[in-house]
Design a protein around this ligand. Structure first.
Ligand code: SAM
Ligand code: DTB
Ligand code: SF4
Length: 346
């Protein structure tokens, strides 16, 4: 990866980039990708739900909210030995990153459940994979303790634009999400932060979400782009499937806007054919969730993914367990505004 000064992008720039003819956009994204990454590597991450269901929050897309009848039962936190067994299996299958998720509003230092998570992290970290956790809201102290225990990255998505967020979630705010991200970064963890397409948002919302991400300093280390997997019983359970060309466009703009981040083609791959996934990799996606299950939902079978990577001449990225968090830039380099060819008034 070639070091490059961070830059942020405005909504107007992102709009111009997004609305280019498809092939021009892909060409631009590919050039940025090749400048920053060896083009043929994809990181394989295993997701493990260490605490499933029963969540107090009302995120309208989520099968794990206790407020909706989705058929997902509340379970207790997995014990350390079970997690270790799954972590070893993930490593043996070629994953270089383990992302452990918990269906919680957040965690608090000094509680038994948080101590148990710290213990899990301490036991998994020596396996040599990158250790990512996603536990909901964090304060400064929780972030520091997670970092000390061996967490390399904290996943906390902004999910959509600040304007659309209150239409999807009412039990916490967009600003709460930004606060947690700040605490994770201040503690020296890398941040994995992205969003979901298909929440009834406009293209404008999607680009505003990217604008926020591109203005993080430091930039997120990874950016998951999820396509909504509509969950029966949730308010968004009947939403239509995300169009694959607009998904690829978002991947491409994310690659251009946040060039050094791993762009993760995340939930929803079961609805993408091999050709659409190949296009997403070409446009800049260089990470996937790997393994037959996401948190509660299905993912493509691991052997199918390996076959696809082989077919495309892509290889699994080497582990980087010492992953250091991107450092904040003192001087932010703003790319020059380009005139918009459209008549939309942006
Ligand atoms: N409770 C924690 C939180 O909210 O950050 C961690 C778990 S939560 C399930 C992690 C992310 O998964 C969400 O922010 C969202 O981006 C994604 N996600 C959840 N349900 C999804 C769905 N049905 N389809 C696509 N992505 C989903
Ligand atoms: C992310 O952005 N996507 C992952 C991970 N981070 C935690 C979660 C996807 C969840 C898909 C729905 C489910 O499995 O319930
Ligand atoms: Fe809870 Fe996270 Fe699901 Fe929201 S997305 S309901 S916080 S598990």
């Amino acid at each position: 990866m070639i070091p490059n000064p961070l830059f942020s992008m405005t909504y107007a720039e992102l709009h111009r980039i997004y609305h280019q003819p498809f092939f021009d956009l892909i060409k631009q994204a590919r050039a940025v990708h090749e400048e920053h990454w060896t083009g043929n590597e994809v990181q394989l991450c295993t997701l493990l739900s260490i605490k499933t269901g029963g969540c107090s929050e009302d995120c309208g897309y989520c099968a794990q909210s206790a407020r909706y009848s989705t058929g997902v039962e509340a379970e207790k936190l997995m014990d350390k030995e079970q997690v270790l067994e799954r972590a070893r299996a993930a490593r043996a299958n070629g994953s270089t990153r383990l992302c452990m998720g918990a269906a919680w509003k957040g965690v608090r230092a000094g509680t038994q459940k948080f101590d148990q998570v710290l213990d899990i992290v301490r036991s998994v970290a020596p396996l040599g994979m990158e250790v990512c956790v996603t536990l909901g809201q964090l304060g400064e102290e929780e972030a520091r303790q997670l970092k000390d225990a061996g967490v390399t990255a904290y996943n906390h998505n902004i999910d959509t634009s600040p304007e659309h967020y209150p239409n999807i979630v009412s039990t916490h705010t967009f600003e709460d999400r930004l606060g947690t991200i700040r605490h994770a970064q201040d503690a020296g963890m890398s941040v994995c932060c992205g969003g979901i397409l298909g929440l009834g948002e406009t293209i404008e919302d999607r680009l505003k979400m990217l604008e926020v991400l591109s203005n993080f300093n430091p930039h997120p280390e990874s950016v998951p782009i999820n396509a909504l997997m509509p969950m029966k019983g949730t308010p968004l359970g009947d939403n239509p499937q995300v169009d694959s060309f607009s998904l690829v466009r978002m991947i491409a703009v994310a690659r251009i806007a946040i060039p050094r981040a791993k762009i993760r083609l995340s939930a929803g791959r079961t609805n993408l054919n091999r050709e659409a996934q190949a296009l997403a990799f070409f446009a800049g996606a260089n990470s996937i969730f790997y393994g037959d299950k996401l948190l509660t939902a299905a993912n493509p079978r691991a052997n199918e993914d390996l076959a696809l990577l082989r077919e495309l001449g892509l290889s699994a990225q080497e582990p980087n367990p010492d992953l250091s968090a991107p450092v904040a830039d003192e001087v932010r380099e703003l790319s020059p505004p380009a005139p918009c060819a459209k008549t939309c008034g942006c």
